[in-house]
Design a protein around this ligand. Structure first.
Ligand code: PLP
Length: 356
């Protein structure tokens, strides 16, 4: 039976969270690390220790062949001072799905949940209590074998990093311009699009760079087969509000099954919206827009929760929405989700897990 070991010989003074938090740059004092060693029966004890550089072979499999998966979730400081997590088991379940597809050993979800709780309790002063701040949690898992032949590793490292973060949109909830690409694809049928695996993000950088050059912040990908149906944005799932329907692309293996997406679907169904998960072609979006049948477009993801879309460019066609004000439904969903996450509203779906 694995256990959690505290390796804490550091004498920390009082911690100070920087006033200006840039997403993903500041890390807490400690992390959780757990090795998988096939020759020693698999997962070893988890160690909570000081955040420091890794000792890794330059031949480590992950560097050469990319056997690496990750998750992203958040801990929130509630109005009563307690700390809470949003659907954390869903993240670990998804990590195990990514693990299976990438030939990486699965983690024991109960054990890792326990380790995460212990780590957050130790780092409780790192959970920001300013409005719309949170503690971003990054679990990841990669192959460490010093071997440069292509094969699944025998040895892995699982780490949980914690990073205090400010609001995603510091100037307020502002819509973003997005460009549709029919030149690059994100994922193909039978590929790894539904896994949170490192290579997917490396593969997206070039299209993202071109989008920024054109004045757009992110790329909306189409299906790789016909270049016709919308799939998702770099790190967000897409929603289209038609006059009489709220639609999102169905999960078909090429789209990351977002936990925010799943939660938005549950909220919308609870609110009695006509919600569908289906194929949505970019042509349908353009035609509906011309007929005045599109109310708003938004993306969903842990980092920003809801991202309203100000402008959607597809070849010569540009669909414009307000660049100043987020759409009504986007705002309503943002408020509902964040009210539940920060404990300002009853957790009627039972989504929150208290850290205790
Ligand atoms: C993480 C991610 C999402 C959003 O998932 P959430 O669980 O809602 O944070 C969407 N698309 C991609 C490609 C992602 O990596």
């Amino acid at each position: 039976m694995s256990k959690i070991i505290f390796d804490l010989n550091d004498t920390e003074g009082k911690i100070k969270i920087p006033d200006e938090l840039i997403f993903g740059r500041t890390f807490t004092t400690h992390l959780l690390e757990m090795d998988y060693i096939a020759s020693e029966g698999g997962w070893q004890d988890a160690v909570i220790k000081k955040h420091s550089a890794l000792n890794l072979s330059p031949a480590a499999l992950v560097i050469h062949y990319g056997q690496s998966i990750f998750e992203g979730m958040k801990a929130y400081k509630l109005t009563n001072g307690e700390t809470s997590l949003f659907r954390p088991r869903k993240n670990f379940e998804r990590l195990n799905k990514s693990a299976e597809r990438m030939c990486i050993p699965k983690i024991d979800i109960d054990f890792v949940m326990n380790g995460l709780m212990e780590l957050i309790k130790l780092e409780k002063d790192w959970v920001p209590d300013k409005p719309n701040h949170s503690l971003y949690i990054r679990p990841f898992l990669f192959a460490t074998d010093p071997f440069i032949g292509v094969k699944p590793g025998d040895n892995y490292k699982f780490i949980i990093l914690l990073s205090p973060v400010g609001p995603y949109y510091p100037e307020g909830f502002k819509p973003v311009p997005i460009i549709v690409t029919d030149k690059y694809v994100r994922a193909v049928r039978g590929g790894v699009g539904e896994c949170k695996t490192a290579g997917n993000y490396a593969a997206s950088l070039y299209a993202q760079k071109e989008a920024i050059k054109e004045g757009y912040t992110q790329v909306l990908y189409l299906d790789a087969l016909e270049q016709k149906y919308i799939e998702e944005v770099g790190t967000m799932n897409m929603f289209v509000q038609f006059k009489d329907e709220v639609a999102t692309p169905k999960l078909s293996g090429t789209i990351l099954p977002g936990i925010t997406r799943m939660s938005v679907l549950e909220i919308l169904r609870d609110w009695n919206y006509n919600v569908t998960e289906r194929d949505i072609s970019i042509h349908e979006i353009c035609e509906s827009y011309d007929k005045g049948n599109i109310v708003e477009l938004f993306g969903t993801g842990t980092a920003a929760v809801i991202s309203s879309i100000s402008k959607l460019k597809y070849n010569e066609k540009i669909l414009t929405f307000s660049s100043e004000h987020a759409g009504e439904l986007g705002i309503k969903l943002y408020n509902e989700l964040t009210d539940i996450q920060y404990g300002r509203k009853e957790d009627k779906f039972n989504w929150m897990t208290l850290v205790k």
